[in-house]
Design a protein around this ligand. Sequence first.
Ligand SMILES: CC(C)(COP(=O)(O)OP(=O)(O)OC[C@H]1O[C@@H](n2cnc3c(N)ncnc32)[C@H](O)[C@@H]1OP(=O)(O)O)[C@@H](O)C(=O)NCCC(=O)NCCS
Length: 471
Amino acid sequence: MSDRTDKISILIRDAAKKAMEDNDSSIDQVKTTTVEWPVSCTVGPGLEGAIACETKIGYVNGSKGQLIYRGYDIFDLCENSSFEEVTYLLLYGRMPSEKQTIKFKNKLFKYMYIPETTRLLTSFQIEEMDTMASLRFGISLLRLTNIRKKKTDGFPETSVLIGTDEDSIPMETPPIGEEHAIYEFDEMSTDSGKNDAVRHKSERAETCCRLISGVASLTAAIARIRSGHLPLEPIPELSHAGNLIYMMTGKKPTPDEERVMDVCLILHADHGMNASTFAALVVASTLADIYFSVGSGIGALSGQLHGGANQKAYAMLKEIGGPDNVKSWYKKACSEKRKIMGVGHRVYKTHDPRALILDPLAGYLAKKDKKINVLYETSKILEKHVCCTLGAEKGHFPNVDYYSGLVYKSLGIPNDLFTPIFAVSRVSGWTARVMEYLENNRIFRPRAIYTGPFCKRIIKTRGFNGGVNEK
Ligand SMILES: CC(C)(COP(=O)(O)OP(=O)(O)OC[C@H]1O[C@@H](n2cnc3c(N)ncnc32)[C@H](O)[C@@H]1OP(=O)(O)O)[C@@H](O)C(=O)NCCC(=O)NCCS
């Protein structure tokens, strides 16, 4: 346990205490033995309850409100670590030493420089595009520029590689040893004497780092372009989180602001088999390259039932307008069967620990701005109504997206950049899980139950140009 005494750490510690009081904090001693496939499970609509794979990366206990990354509790990680350390933990499976942390921070910092990609980005009408669409597009540009770099390094023609993939790799074949199929993971290596599997793993991790830094720089560049400015480059004295704020807003964050953003990035880094992680894994399982995987993750995250909820939740608070309006607004919303954005979760049936951490941080930052403070107070009153109704009846409580918008707004970030920030963090979970899954890949291929008709026949009528009559 660290002895950090800064205000943010104290708020997180208090939130942890509260969570322990409210929930059963005992860890279920699940025996982690090798799973015998096929596994029996009860599957509900939306694949609820389906088991897709094994993982050592993260654990979510929805009934106890627990979130664990590789054995470490989220409260502990938020209080005592940084996003860079957590990313290292997710990717490599252990906490870095001090030396490794410095080296890893330098690596992520180095990969934040993507001037060639941002130059390309500025030549498109990014300001007329949705921010998540811009980010997904930016990933394609990053892929392009990274491949170009490899070409100048003597990397083989990509068209040949793509052709080779399709022709030579049978479906559902494990990728181990199939170098071409995972070429986009592979950086050029001059050390041919190294064990191939080890070399592949470290090269894959290197590409993951490029993507993790790339998503941050692209998000910042999109923010700058949309506000009529040129993209900024990172500065060495700031952390990943600090640079994200600086490169988006053009203002160096205060230590508190940098730390809160860091906590936000830690909180959103991984979350079980959520929709965007699953999307990224599905794409990776076809042996498509990691840039496509991350692009799919971004696509899935953009939806308002997933990452897009943070923008919607903030918009909802603005629509309510103030604490006095909550009661009537909520009554009407319930009568119209409206979804309360930032509330509810497929897995959590108690308080989302991420929301418990973000709530006091949002309140702390909001105090500095009267207008945002009104919205924070509004959120607290609405939360009371939600807990007594949706919470008590269906186990739906505020989730991470309920408060994150308030935090980002306090950091000077516009509404339409909230969801891309989610991606800046979650890309570390996506890439870590893709790395893990590819160790023992099998293409995802569930089934659907056909409920349509059979035995229909086409009846062609004379003189009839196109279309058919059905029978
Ligand atoms: C997250 C979410 C998609 C989970 O979906 P799910 O597991 O499929 O849960 P369902 O949508 O089936 O919800 C079950 C019931 O709770 C209700 N419910 C769930 N979330 C609700 C919300 N935010 N507001 C009002 N009612 C909600 C549903 O209407 C449904 O009611 P019914 O049984 O009377 O039909 C859902 O809670 C939601 O849409 N929340 C708002 C968006 C959001 O914040 N997303 C971010 C998640 S981190």
